[in-house]
Write a protein of this length. Structure first.
Length: 198
C-alpha cells in the first residue's frame, strides 16, 4: 500500500511540475509577445515616418538629407534587433517547456518558418520534404518545390516517428486522410506523407 501512495505522490509531483512549467511559459510568452507587438508597431511607425521624409525630400527636390535618413534607418535596425532578441527568448522558453514535457525539440526551421522536429519527413507548414530541406540547408540553397511538385520518397517509419504519432494522436485526434497519421489542427500538410490537409 505504501508503494501505491509513493507512486501516486511521484505522479502528482510530475503533474505539479508540468502545470507550473506550462503556466510560467504562458505568462512569459504573453509578456514577450506583447513586447514584440509593441516593437513591431514602433517599427511600422518608423518605416512610415522614413517613407514620408524621403517622399517630402523627393517632392521638394531639395536634395536628400542622408544624415537624417541614416538616423531613421539606424532606429529601424535597432528595433529589428530587439525583435529578434525577444523572438529568440520566446523560442528558448518554448524549448525549455518542451524538454520538461519530454517532447523533442526542433531540429531546424523550414524556409516557410515552420519548425522541423526529429523524425518528421515533411514540413507541416508547406509540405516540403525534410530530407530535401536538410540537404539544401547544408548546401545553403532554399528548396523551391513542394513534394506535390517534386514527387514523394518512400521512407520507412522509425520508432521515434511511431512514438511521435502516438503522442499526437492521443492529444489531437485529427488524422491524415491518406496515411492516417495524426495531425495537429494547425498543420497544412501531413508530416509523414506530405499530403495536403483537406
Amino acid at each position: 500500500m505504501a508503494e501505491f501512495f509513493e507512486k501516486m505522490k511521484q505522479e502528482m509531483d510530475k503533474g505539479i511540475t508540468a502545470i507550473s512549467a506550462k503556466s510560467k511559459e504562458v505568462l512569459e510568452s504573453t509578456r514577450l509577445k506583447s513586447q514584440i507587438r509593441t516593437l513591431r508597431e514602433q517599427r511600422n511607425a518608423a518605416s512610415e515616418e522614413l517613407g514620408n521624409i524621403v517622399y517630402t525630400m523627393f517632392v521638394k527636390a531639395a536634395g536628400f538629407d542622408e544624415l537624417r535618413i541614416n538616423s531613421k534607418c539606424q532606429v529601424l535596425e535597432r528595433i529589428g534587433s530587439q525583435i529578434k532578441e525577444l523572438e529568440e527568448e520566446l523560442r528558448k522558453i518554448h524549448l525549455k517547456t518542451q524538454e520538461i514535457f519530454g517532447m523533442s525539440s526542433a531540429v531546424t526551421t523550414c524556409a516557410c518558418g515552420t519548425e522541423i522536429y526529429e523524425g518528421t519527413k515533411f514540413c507541416r507548414g508547406c509540405g516540403r520534404q525534410v530530407d530535401e530541406l536538410l540537404r539544401n540547408l547544408l548546401s545553403k540553397k532554399v528548396p523551391s518545390e513542394t513534394p506535390m511538385e517534386a514527387g514523394r520518397e518512400s521512407v520507412s517509419e522509425t520508432s521515434s516517428d511511431q512514438r511521435r504519432r502516438a503522442e499526437l494522436s492521443a492529444s489531437e485526434g485529427v488524422s491524415c486522410p491518406v496515411c492516417s497519421s495524426s495531425m495537429r489542427p494547425t498543420d497544412k500538410f501531413c508530416r509523414s506523407c506530405g499530403n495536403p490537409k483537406n
